[in-house]
Write a protein that binds this ligand. Structure first.
Ligand code: CAA
Length: 388
């Protein structure tokens, strides 16, 4: 018997959701204070002004395929299902390594997954992982997944990125890397509410034209877009489900370009909902801030950022509690999802991936960081403003 979702307005729908989670962080890290000293900035600008702590970094022989494959392998092992039951592999990334061959093919190669599988890459800046997850959930809910030996097929969804800015760019302290893989199947860890709350507008806030190694960023515009998107999405949720749904959340997770950005967005959505500053501050402290400490240990991992926060929020959550997940991708597209913890959330088995990678990674010196970046081209033109 399919389980029944308990979200307001969706009581009659069968649920599907996250059956397994795997995380992967790269093997190097740099404290942002070290970068501040190199760039002649006050370290407090990065730690207090932006809310950053450490950035996860990849050595030269390690990249997005390693991150994606590592997270996927862990999620598959923890799931324990027959790999032949995987009928969809969708990888959200903005670290594409080929304009044609999808990242999912590299992952499938390494994991020896082939056969009756739809395998592809999803691109929409940091929103790509969420789109991949939504597509997988909707594929199941629509009845399109089909079955293998009488069991409904499951999906492997991966969000993986290496976020690097041009050396000296204002975004440099927010760099990071990481991957989250999820198996979409029975909602043992969390069910996904079928109804979600999207908002998109065509903008040039952050983009990377073909051939550019680093993104072009209009920082102030990107902050405005993110705040506007969050306000619209949360207002739509409040209108549909009532404000009590937001008040009763166990946690509210956000895409985390840097933690201060999330705080700004929470204050923007609080104002849009007519909350007092005190009320918003309490909401941020209770429901949002505690979801971001894993993000602070790895920096912005673009598509994976939100799902790292979700993985942290779900680990240890009692069954039946609901969390929100706000996804934002420049360009821009955003979507607010609700997830309800399942019976295996409380055990939080994937916490060990994060703890293991953190314990084994090397904290590098600023000299090593400079060596890592030595081959990176420095753009010979002024910072870009919106091109319209
Ligand atoms: N002590 C404490 N705080 C200090 C300080 C000091 N000595 N010096 C400065 N600060 C504070 C500033 O007051 C400011 O805080 P408030 O915004 O609260 O006033 C904060 O530090 C940052 O200072 P600046 O605004 O001067 O920072 P900046 O211009 O150097 O860079 C940024 C900020 C433009 C956002 C840059 O980080 C950036 O370009 N980031 C990339 C774009 C980005 O992340 N955008 C977010 C939305 S888009 C998105 O979400 C997609 C994505 O993942 C990239």
């Amino acid at each position: 018997m399919p389980q029944i979702a308990k979200f307001p307005g969706n009581d009659h729908r069968p649920s599907c959701g996250i059956a397994s989670i795997g995380l992967q962080l790269p093997p190097l890290a740099l404290a942002v204070e070290e970068l501040a000293n190199l760039r002649g900035e006050d370290p407090a600008k990065y730690t207090i002004g932006l809310g950053c702590r450490e950035m996860a970094l990849c050595p030269p022989d390690y990249g997005v395929v390693d991150l994606a494959t590592g997270a996927a392998r862990r999620a598959l092992e923890r799931w324990g299902g027959d790999p032949d039951r995987i009928g969809l592999i969708a990888v959200g990334t903005e670290t594409a390594i080929d304009m044609s061959r999808p990242l999912s093919a590299w992952v499938a190669d390494r994991l020896e997954l082939s056969g009756a599988v739809r395998s592809y890459e999803v691109k929409h800046a940091c929103y790509g992982g969420t789109l991949a997850l939504r597509q997988a959930a909707e594929w199941r809910l629509a009845g399109a997944a089909g079955s293998h030996h009488g069991q409904e097929r499951a999906a492997l969804v991966i969000a993986a990125d290496v976020a690097l800015y041009e050396p000296g760019d204002p975004g440099e302290p927010t760099q990071g890397a990481g991957a989250v893989a999820m198996i979409i199947d029975e909602p043992r860890i969390a069910s996904i509410q079928p109804l979600s709350f999207p908002w998109s507008e065509p903008q040039f806030d952050f983009w990377r034209p073909v051939g550019e190694r680093f993104p072009l960023v209009d920082g102030p515009l990107s902050l405005d877009c993110y705040k506007r998107a969050a306000s619209h999405c949360f207002q739509a949720l409040a209108q549909h489900s009532g404000e009590a749904t937001i008040e009763n959340l166990a946690a509210a997770c956000f895409h985390v370009p840097f933690p201060k950005m999330v705080k700004k967005a929470v204050f923007a959505l609080g104002a849009a909902l007519g909350w007092s500053e005190e009320h918003t501050a309490l909401f941020f402290t209770d429901k949002v801030d505690p979801t971001m400490s894993w993000n602070q240990a790895c920096g912005n991992a673009y598509t994976a950022s939100l799902w790292i926060a979700v993985a942290q929020a779900l680990a240890g959550l009692p069954a039946g509690e609901t969390i929100a997940a706000f996804s934002y991708g420049s360009g821009f597209g955003a979507e607010l999802l609700l997830l309800e913890a399942g019976v295996e959330a409380a055990a939080g088995a994937w916490r060990q991936d994060f703890e293991q990678d953190l314990a084994s990674r090397e904290s590098i010196s600023i000299e090593r960081y400079q060596q890592l970046r030595a081959g990176d081209p420095v753009r010979q033109r002024p910072p870009v403003s919106a091109t319209g």
